[in-house]
Design a protein around this ligand. Sequence first.
Ligand SMILES: Nc1ncnc2c1ncn2[C@@H]1O[C@H](COP(=O)(O)OP(=O)(O)OP(=O)(O)O)[C@@H](O)[C@H]1O
Ligand SMILES: [Mg+2]
Length: 221
Amino acid sequence: MIHLKHIYKTYGANRHALRDLNIQIEKGEFTFLVGPSGAGKTTLFKLISAYEKPTTGDIEVAGYSLNSLKLGQTPFYRRKIGFVFQDYKLLKNKTVFQNVVLPLEIINNKTIDKSKQAMELLEQVGLHDLQDQYPDFLSGGEQQRVAIARALIHNPELLVADEPTGNLDPKMSEAIMQLFFEFSKKGTTFFVATHDYRLLTLKNSRVLELNKGELVGDRIS
Ligand SMILES: Nc1ncnc2c1ncn2[C@@H]1O[C@H](COP(=O)(O)OP(=O)(O)OP(=O)(O)O)[C@@H](O)[C@H]1O
Ligand SMILES: [Mg+2]
């Protein structure tokens, strides 16, 4: 599902955010990404989400070679994947419900009951009461859960989440992880960056560790 070969990402002349990363993640795997602040986790997710290109190296995700992705292909690529960004990237002029249902509207599959699916997911992340609110009126943790619901609503092949529980209390973090595990059982591949080491113990999963842009660990939790 994710194949990284000799990936380097250098900002400016000598700010090496990623150095010679070689990573393979198979379809259906559940993988955590850990490492101290500045290790390169978000940078790696920017490459996977095709918002940035590597300085050198090959990156292939869900059958797409991202180095040679044409502008017109990017939306099709992104539809296969769900992203939870560290800064959420919610649309401020849309309500909670409208933010969550948006990926389904873009795909525009007439056989899906979009409203029902959005409400179900909002219920699962504990936000059904807030469906008509705008993001600016929500707490950080509530906004984070909107981002999570939006990332999952189209049943993506791959979910990439950058510290998706960073603003949640322990009980809610665990509930979100259980939701991820349910999707994982149905076949979604997960790649989840976290600083919360408690989460790693909830399930036997693969843990990749970055430090200063290098892969320094690859183990089972
Ligand atoms: N646009 C940029 N320009 C210059 N340097 C950058 C840029 N983006 C990231 N970096 C640098 O790359 C390194 C990795 O940053 P990154 O955001 O990937 O870390 P992270 O592991 O996500 O950290 P955190 O846990 O704090 O979110 C940092 O040293 C950062 O300063
Ligand atoms: Mg980060």
